[in-house]
Design a binder for this molecule. Structure first.
Ligand SMILES: N[C@@H](CCC(=O)N[C@@H](CS)C(=O)NCC(=O)O)C(=O)O
Length: 123
């Protein structure tokens, strides 16, 4: 079972390499505005999770620079996701307020992509 999972993981990563989309090119000022919007975002993910690949493709397509945390292999990130997000399920986008006082944990790949398209990619 472990071997099957490993092989599947490798296939997913190979697919990501081949199919990774091109990112939109913005002028420097516009990209800086987008970066400002995403500076408080963190994506919790597993490298070989297909739903995470889907979100990483969306980040790439929209040229969004978002911190990415490995919640599979890094115990600190895993614990943070479990404790503050509520459960271990990836992808999960942590959205912190500018003041840092409030944070939202957004689960579900489709929801994350929709949120990024609606709130961030359009400037
Ligand atoms: N419907 C969810 C599915 C997410 C999902 O099933 N993620 C798996 C990894 S591929 C997960 O987090 N499983 C929990 C675990 O492995 O502990 C989405 O689209 O984000």
């Amino acid at each position: 079972m472990k071997l099957v999972r490993w092989v599947l993981g490798q296939l997913i990563l190979a697919y990501e390499k081949i199919a990774s989309p091109k990112g939109v090119v913005r002028d420097m000022e516009t990209q800086a505005l987008v970066d400002e919007k995403t500076k408080n975002f963190t994506l919790y993910q597993f490298r070989a999770c297909p739903f995470c690949v889907k979100v990483r493709f969306a980040l790439k397509r929209q040229s969004l620079n978002i911190e990415i945390c490995d919640a599979k292999n890094d115990p600190t990130h895993r614990e943070t996701l479990q404790k503050n997000g509520g459960h271990i399920k990836v992808p999960c986008l942590r959205i912190k307020s500018d003041s840092g006082n409030k944070e939202e944990w957004l689960y579900e790949s489709d929801e994350i992509i929709r949120y990024l398209e609606q709130h961030v990619a359009k400037v």
